[in-house]
Design a protein. Structure first.
Length: 297
């Protein structure tokens, strides 16, 4: 069999939200792991999403959107409470996160989730899922993809990278030298592959066979939300298929550019129906996260 025709199975575990565009009165399904599951599916892979929503308009919209995209939602729980949301602003096509509520989205894996992960080719989670304490168990069962986003703390990289098949970083603010240093630090810490996306400056990928680069593909900049998740999904799938790294990056850049041409992470707008009074500043949410991680260090 041609290994590029394989259809790897990726389980995405953790965060979800509805992204709320208040000025448009619309909400879109989103969140790093949820978006990744959709883009794995659109790239020809098999995708399962494990997470939690509430039985409210936002939760039902997430469930219906994933089903419409062909993502397996057998691991999607419905819990009492409210579905997570994020309030989105837009500045010349570049998204801004204005506030959020985590709702019921932060979960721990159950035995059925771990069984699913063990049967899959890879599991993806990330910084926004607050799942660091489960990573060793995940990586013992499947290849682990972890999105560090903008986290560059050496101690956290040293703890997580050894478990990673793919460690991804958002480096739009980094110089090329800075991005290359981040790549090499994460590789030295133990990650098999390391991806740094750099927005309009393209992306870098480092692995056992060296370091590879791609420029950004030409894009109509409507909304950058979901572009990084698209890049990670296509890169992960390509590496699982053992495609050439240059081919992987070129395809990922093209898909990310397509994502920038639509609103929301992967489309599916619905009328905005969330209690915005629950929103907290992202700085407050991240402070809680950092305190939790410091206590575990």
């Amino acid at each position: 069999m041609n290994k590029c025709n394989k259809r790897p199975w990726v389980v995405a575990f953790g965060d979800n939200v509805v992204d709320c565009y208040v000025d448009r009165g619309e909400m879109y399904p989103g969140g790093n792991t949820l978006n990744l599951s959709v883009f794995v599916r659109r790239s020809g892979g098999r995708a399962s999403y494990v997470g939690a929503v509430a039985d409210d308009a936002a939760g039902r919209h997430i469930r219906n959107s994933l089903a419409a995209e062909g993502v397996d939602i057998s691991g999607l729980r419905t819990l009492p409470g409210s579905t997570a949301f994020c309030v989105i602003g837009n500045s010349n096509g570049d998204r801004e996160f204005l506030g959020a509520d985590l709702g019921v989205s932060m979960i721990s894996p159950e035995p059925a989730d771990l069984k699913m992960i063990a049967a899959a080719d890879a599991v993806h989670t990330g910084r926004s899922s607050h799942a660091d304490r489960f990573l060793e168990g995940f990586s013992a069962r499947a290849k682990l993809s972890f999105d560090f986003a903008v986290i560059r703390d050496p101690g956290r990289i040293a703890r997580i990278a050894p478990h990673c098949f793919l460690a991804s970083f958002s480096g739009g603010d980094l110089t090329k030298d800075g991005a290359e240093a981040l790549l090499q630090n994460a590789r030295a810490a133990g990650a098999t592959w390391v991806l740094v996306t750099r927005g309009g400056d393209g992306a870098l990928l480092a692995g056992p066979n060296g370091t590879f680069a791609t420029p950004a593909a030409s894009a109509t900049l409507t909304d950058t939300l979901g572009a990084g998740d698209t890049f990670i999904a296509r890169t992960l799938l390509g590496l699982l298929r053992e495609e050439e790294p240059g081919t992987v990056l070129t395809s990922a850049a093209r898909m990310s550019a397509e994502t920038c041409g639509q609103r929301g992470g992967f489309g599916h707008p619905a009328p905005l129906e969330v209690d915005q009074s629950l929103a907290k500043p992202l700085s407050e949410i991240y402070l809680v996260e950092e305190a939790q991680e410091a206590a575990r260090a």
